[in-house]
Design a protein around this ligand. Structure first.
Ligand code: ATP
Ligand code: MG
Length: 418
């Protein structure tokens, strides 16, 4: 893509109304734009990044054997009344129509997936199975000040599994937990599996937390990697200072700030019961259906990656989710060097490698370098009069300081290896 045709321009200063690192950097670099607190517009660079994140999630869900569906965000009130959550879910957005009917804007989809499964003619032989979607969620969050980390409207992958035995639910739950750890690494995030409160039907749920100084959660981490969410700790422990070490039940725990990027729950029959979801078992008896649910916040992941991977100059995208793989900067407007950078751009496009080409003639070299650092594409390639005379391209990784002069062929080899 030509940078001269890129819709969003970089900004020189942080937006005045943003306090979080992710919102400041993503806004300045032209990835997102705030429509209001908790609701962001994704600009071309931001959308490319979000799509990359969601495609990696999709790939891992498909590998698990889950089926992808897409459900509406607008739900009938009746289903939410059935589970007691029309009035019981604090953050539920309610919509009143002209015709005096009320609806719910879904913050999660148990009230929609269960009726879907209920209407399907299922045999006990179909179990276990799992359905997922990647979709927009709505929550009336009281604190929407952390950019993409906490939206009133945000993106989530939600997976639901269905079982006719507890053993099957436990096995699947552990399988998803393993997939999650690997999946987050693919997205550039090292996570801890953290025990958290489980709600009504299960003692614990498991959260996948990224340790980061700007996180909203407080977790307690043992040397072994075992970890608890602070919400499970008694009040006097909970108030311990971040960074300190506390003793609890004979173990030492480091107190850390973190951000939750995924959460998995064993729901058992919490949502299948209210809908009377059941199946005829082999012996003709009516069997109850157990469920698990497994969320990942894809937009929160984009924000978390920025909180973790940045420096004073801008964002440092992990290669797997970067909006483009290569950022080619042309420092010449005319002559041999300009021609060389243009053909180089075309060849890289033909190779099928995603590339942003800074072809702007109204920017200084300094401005182009600053923009490249701010946007954070993994490989920067510079073509100038000097490099062209030497028959080379100047290559620098965003995550490193070393500058290398490569021939066109050597550059192609680097790109093909990716
Ligand atoms: P939190 O504890 O942070 O409020 P939650 O436990 O309510 O989140 P879940 O209902 O488990 O979240 O949702 C699954 C995932 O969706 C979370 O792990 C998180 O990554 C993401 N998520 C939840 N709420 C938001 C939000 N308001 N904005 C962005 N992502 C969110
Ligand atoms: Mg949670």
């Amino acid at each position: 893509m030509l940078q001269s045709k890129l819709f969003a321009k970089t900004l020189h200063e942080d937006p005045k109304d943003e306090i979080s690192i992710n919102a400041k950097l993503l806004s300045r670099a032209g990835f997102i734009h705030k429509l209001m607190a908790g609701a962001y517009q994704y600009l071309p660079l931001g959308l490319r990044t979000l799509v990359n994140i969601e495609n990696i999630i999709r790939e891992e869900m498909n590998k698990l054997g889950a089926n992808e569906v897409l459900m509406p965000a607008l739900h009938p009130k009746e289903y939410w009344e059935k589970t007691g959550r029309f009035h019981g879910f604090d953050a539920l957005f309610k919509v009143v129509s002209h015709f005096d009917k009320e609806f719910a804007l879904a913050p999660t989809h148990e009230e929609s997936i269960v009726p879907l499964v209920q209407r399907s003619p299922l045999s006990y032989k179909d179990f276990p199975f799992a359905l997922y979607q990647i979709q927009t969620k709505f929550r009336d969050e009281p604190r929407a000040k952390s950019g993409l980390l906490r939206g009133r409207e945000f993106r989530m992958k939600d997976l639901y599994s269905f079982h006719i035995s507890e053993e099957s639910l436990h096995t699947y739950y552990e399988l998803v937990a393993d997939v999650y750890t690997r999946l987050f690494l693919r997205l550039g995030l090292k996570t801890l599996r953290v025990k958290a409160s489980g709600g009504t039907f299960s003692k614990y749920s498991d959260e996948f937390q990224v340790v980061v100084p700007t996180g909203e959660d407080v977790i307690f981490v043992a040397d072994s990697g075992e970890a608890f969410n602070g919400e499970l700790m008694p009040q006097h422990l909970r108030s311990k200072e971040v960074g300190s070490i506390v003793e609890h039940e004979g173990k030492k725990w480091a107190v850390r700030k973190s951000t939750e990027v995924g959460n998995i729950f064993k729901l058992y029959t919490k949502y299948s019961k209210p809908f009377d979801l059941s199946v005829l078992l082999k012996d003709g008896a009516k069997g109850e259906i157990l469920m698990g649910c497994y969320g990942i916040g894809s937009s929160r992941i984009m924000g978390t990656v920025v909180e973790v991977h940045h420096d004073e100059r801008g964002i440092i995208w992990p290669q797997q989710i970067a909006p483009f793989q290569v950022h080619l900067l042309s420092l010449a407007d005319a002559g041999k060097a300009a021609e060389f950078s243009k053909t180089l751009y075309e060849r890289i496009v033909d190779m099928g490698v995603s590339i942003l080409y800074d072809d702007r003639s109204d920017r200084t070299a300094g401005e182009k370098f600053a923009d490249a650092d701010l946007i954070g594409i993994p490989i920067r390639a510079v073509v100038s009069e000097r490099t062209t005379t030497a028959g080379k391209v100047e290559i620098k990784k965003r995550s490193e300081d070393t500058i290398r002069l490569l021939s066109e062929q050597e550059l192609f080899e680097v790109l093909l290896k990716k």
